[in-house]
Design a protein around this ligand. Structure first.
Ligand code: MD3
Ligand code: FE
Length: 208
């Protein structure tokens, strides 16, 4: 029998699905390798001129980018001028299934941002607010070495809760939680058989 998928509700409209993507881990990593061969992972600069710790790339109709001009979504890779690689059907189906299992029907992601964290890399507290409307949820898939994610409130000063995200875990958040501050603590040095010392995170969004 298929195991019943577990859903940990961490807030009104936020959910952790432990191991939800595990059965597809090798196919997901193979696709990540193909995408990043076309659109390489790179450390982008923030508008203030700092390099982000995580390396990133995208697939889908749009990609999230940052440089001296600001944060935005665009249809082309700024390094090559080429369109971002297509979002694999496997990615799309996983994100839609995860969203639906948390009550978000008809999720139609047009972006998959790929983050790659090396040991000691993290991501400071921020909101995801570059999307045109906030009615769609966001789905995140964690692969490789574990990370502690910081789940804050709607104000930067709200004290964040800590959750461990492990290989294959999926997080879905939307509705009242869509604009919560969140971040990733610096990754500890460890090893995962599929990813080595790295953590990969896929975030599926509806940008436009
Ligand atoms: C947001 N990425 O790319 S996703 C990002 O793991 C980003 O790479 C992180 O934040 C990463 O913008 C975090 C996981 C996550 C989990 C719970 C949240 C994001 C959340 C709850 C509320 C808002
Ligand atoms: Fe974010």
């Amino acid at each position: 029998m298929m195991p019943e998928p577990r859903i940990d509700k961490i807030s009104t409209h936020s959910f952790i699905l432990p191991g939800f993507a595990r059965a597809e881990d090798e196919a997901l990593m193979t696709a990540i390798k193909q995408i990043t061969a076309e659109a390489p992972l790179r450390q982008m600069s923030t508008p203030r001129g700092f390099k982000m710790a995580a390396q990133l790339s995208n697939c889908g109709d749009y990609g999230w980018v940052t440089d001296r001009q600001g944060y935005r979504y665009q249809q082309t890779d700024p390094d090559s001028g080429e369109p971002w690689p297509e979002m694999p059907a496997l990615f799309q189906a996983l994100a839609v299934r995860a969203a639906a299992s948390c009550g978000f029907d008809d999720f139609a992601p047009d972006v998959c941002l790929i983050n790659c964290y090396q040991p000691r890399a993290g991501m400071g507290l921020h909101q995801d607010k570059d999307e045109r409307d906030f009615s769609a949820p966001i789905v995140s898939v964690s692969l490789g070495v574990p990370a502690i994610f910081l789940f804050g409130g709607l104000q930067r000063r709200d004290k964040p809760e800590h959750y461990l995200l492990q290989h294959g875990d999926v997080v879905v958040w939307g509705g009242d939680d869509r604009l919560r501050f969140h971040g990733i603590q610096a990754i500890k040095l460890s090893h995962h058989p599929l990813t080595g010392q790295y953590r990969y995170n896929l975030t599926f969004r509806r940008a436009f």
